[in-house]
Design a protein around this ligand. Structure first.
Ligand code: FES
Ligand SMILES: [Fe+2]
Length: 422
């Protein structure tokens, strides 16, 4: 990759090609629990390098508006959320959930002054335990997201959020690079109730230690497929779904919840990771719930009251060299999510992709970059990007033993119908 391509892929601020691409999709902005009730405290949100305030008004309606008061620029995080609007504490200007100014106390109401003042605003909707926003042109707003994790009943999904100290792309590339599990996570899998492997899968993986990485284009992204020989006639497939522009779903081992992530740029050097587990057909059991709430699996414990992981860049992810020596952690960092953060953030705020030396196991990453660049180019040319429709979002990551002659996309395990069943 050259420096120009790296910039194109990693810059998502207003007016950038990748920023314009991201602005064509609904993207997660907050957890639903961050705005639990009418007139609750407003929350600062920075997405795609834009600073905004999210709030729930007295009627329970959600709004995402410019962070700064149109009068003289005070942050509305200090605002009073009352009587169907957010009031700036400095001189009392008040805004509704659409950013419309509804009161300028110093001006006579009959002057109509406040009607001329409107802050930038974006829609905010509650779906699947997350509040999603759409930051693109209003006339191009797509249908609501239909991913399975966002549509199963509440007791069948769990979502966590954390802040990360690097660009979204290197995080996302970790999510589609399944080969690193064999090293980075190798000593942590057996002890984690959400990610432990079943004996049959272990046997399939052991039987062919040199999988082929064969990513294929899917309607809404890519099937990041690894293929292992299984006997003379079959293949053992493991298929991660990558979905435009920043979601990946990974295949569970038998009995475990399905899981995935959404990597959302805060700005070019920070991102939010939303991590979710879900069961298509059943509620979580107590063991799973306790594990997820305890920061296990793909989740991380965070500093109470914040989304900053307890193990982070500034404390070397609580590196434990003894655990590394004793075989409790391959890299010395404890926890799957923490291990991923450590290696991915260690690349620096924006990985210099000009210095890479890619190999066959990076095929999924290479195709993802190409698909993103192609889609960004299409948007610049006035075309719609892929992955906006419900059908392309209703897919599932899976693993399966299939006859060698069977096309991968024919696997019944991949198909999801509305309502969340196969
Ligand atoms: S700065 Fe907000 S009302 Fe004056
Ligand atoms: Fe990982």
């Amino acid at each position: 990759m050259n420096a120009e391509q790296n910039m194109l892929l990693t810059q998502t601020g207003p007016g950038t090609p990748m920023g314009d691409l991201f602005r064509r999709y609904w993207i997660p902005a907050l957890l639903s629990t961050e705005l639990p009730e009418p007139d609750c405290p407003p929350v600062r949100v920075k997405l795609l390098s834009e600073r905004m305030i999210a709030f729930r008004d007295s009627e329970g309606r959600l709004g995402l508006i410019d962070e700064f008061c149109a009068h003289r620029g005070v942050s509305l995080w200090f605002g009073r959320n009352e009587e169907s609007g957010l009031r700036c504490p400095y001189h009392g200007w008040k805004y509704d959930i659409t950013g419309q100014c509804v009161e300028v106390p110093s001006e006579p109401a009959e002057s109509g002054y406040c009607e001329k003042i409107k802050l930038k605003s974006y829609p905010l909707i509650d779906r699947g335990g997350m509040l999603w926003t759409y930051m693109g042109p209003p006339e191009l707003q797509p249908p609501l997201p239909e991913f399975e994790f966002a549509t199963v009943p509440e007791n069948q999904r769990y979502v966590s959020k954390r802040e990360q100290d690097c660009n979204y792309l290197q995080l996302m590339e970790g999510g589609i690079d399944s080969f690193h599990s064999i090293f980075l996570h190798s000593m942590s899998a057996s002890s984690d109730p959400l990610l432990k492997r079943d004996p049959a899968s272990i046997a399939y993986i052991k039987a062919d230690p040199h999988p082929a990485f064969v990513p294929l284009e899917s309607p809404g992204g890519l099937y990041i497929a690894t293929r292992r020989n299984q006997g003379e006639e079959n293949y053992y497939w493991r298929v991660t779904q990558w979905l435009m522009p920043c979601i990946s779903l990974f295949p569970p081992y038998k009995g475990n919840p399905y899981g995935g992530h959404a990597w959302v740029p805060i700005d070019d050097e920070h991102a939010l990771t939303f991590s979710f587990d879900y069961h298509p057909d059943r509620p979580f059991n107590d063991v799973e719930l306790e594990a997820m709430q305890g920061g296990r699996g793909i989740h991380c414990l965070t500093v109470p009251g914040t989304f900053r992981p307890l193990a982070n860049l500034y404390n070397d992810y609580l590196m434990d060299r003894t655990a590394q020596k004793e075989g409790r952690s391959y890299c010395g960092v404890l926890g799957f999510g923490e291990q991923d953060s450590a290696v991915q953030e260690s690349m620096g705020p924006i990985e210099d992709r000009c210095r890479e030396n890619l190999v066959g196991t990076d095929n999924g990453i290479i195709m993802t970059r190409q698909r993103l660049l192609k889609a960004a180019k299409a948007v610049q040319a006035g075309m719609a990007p892929p992955g906006l429709d419900a059908a392309s979002q209703r897919v599932r990551a899976f693993s399966s033993v299939l006859p060698r002659s069977a096309p991968l996309h024919s696997a019944p395990e991949m198909q999801v119908t509305a309502g969340g069943s196969k």
